[in-house]
Ligand binder design. Sequence first.
Ligand code: ATP
Ligand code: MG
Length: 412
Amino acid sequence: MEKLRTVRGVHDLLPQELQQHNIVIKTGMEISEKYSYSQIETPIFEFAEVFTKPLGKSSDIVTKENYIFKDRSNDELMLRPEGTSGVVRAFLNAGLVQNLPQRFSYYGPMFRYERPQKGRLRQFKQLGIECLGLSSAMADIEVISLGHEFLDKLKILDKIELKINTLGDSESRSKYRNVLINYLTSYQSKLSRESLNRLMINPLRVLDSKNEEDQKIVEHAPNILDYLNSDSKRRFENICKGLDYLNINYTIDKNLVRGLDYYCHTAFEFTTNELGSQGTLLAGGRYDGLSKILGGTDTPGVGWAAGVERLALMVQSEFVNKTDVVLMGQSENFNYLLLPIMKKLVQKGLRSEIIYTGNFSKKLKRANKINASYAIILGEEEINQNMIKFKDLSSGKEKLLNLDQAIKKITK
Ligand code: ATP
Ligand code: MG
């Protein structure tokens, strides 16, 4: 029979790769916690509108990348493509608007029907933070600084660049939008089909095009910074000032946008050149309009999400899979007696394995293969003396000891 496979773009995580993911997740969640962000978990699937309403009918995620399905009650559900909408919905449902600000962190699987490649999957994990209820520029600085600290803790900052931009408030943005439409329309015949589409629906997203010809056109596009009203301009300057205070290096990228309408002011990305075209590791921005779209009160928000797979590809770590002690009996009859010994070793925090079968040399081979440091060997002779044979597997030295003495030797 043919072997069953996983779905395209959806992978198993074997221990070694999962360990890399877990390092990323642990580091991110710990640093978030220190910045007073508390972990939240929202469902992996929700009513589709939780995601489609904010994202809008024209976004890639809704048009091309969605996992929308009907369940048996004919409800339209969606596997979550991102974390922010769910977190804000949960925050509204729980009535937490009464108690602002609220700071959340999360991690978990997201789902997008994309063309799979390295660093781009159909099921992938994001780790993110959301800061709700603060409209001050200080909150933007805080979340960027937390992202920066996270990447620093992962020891990958030297391979990463921070790009920031502002989308201004809606007044500035609509002024800029008109100028941009005029500019892009004059290049209509040269733009890719996708960008032409975007030009009609959401012109700012053309700035985000990955098409090389588009990028050439966009390079000389009008700069949003020239169209900011004084409030928006001052706000952006304050953010730059905060980053300077923290000695965080950044470049201003006038074409960095977040495509969705509820985004405003700050947009930022931490990117790398090391992962080909999948170089965005952590991306975020301010989304003051989101809460209202989800039916709540007008609550400002700012946050980011990082791709766990992409970060894991950047993190170098040795796979730790070392067994402290193996236990082996002279014959299989001794296995029962090894059980309580193993229990005690585990209680002492030692990683242990009983090697149940095989002759002595086979058992030693297994011990070697799993990188065990010590062996506890039990035979007739040891039992008669109420002792165990303790073997240091690196030196090969053996000794008769009682169990407590052996544990002392291993833990010292
Ligand atoms: P991209 O431009 O790479 O498609 P995006 O703008 O769609 O990214 P966001 O929605 O901002 O990405 O998600 C935040 C982060 O999540 C990305 O920077 C990336 O690290 C990660 N990410 C997004 N989509 C995927 C995916 N399909 N597979 C793996 N990681 C992803
Ligand atoms: Mg994408």
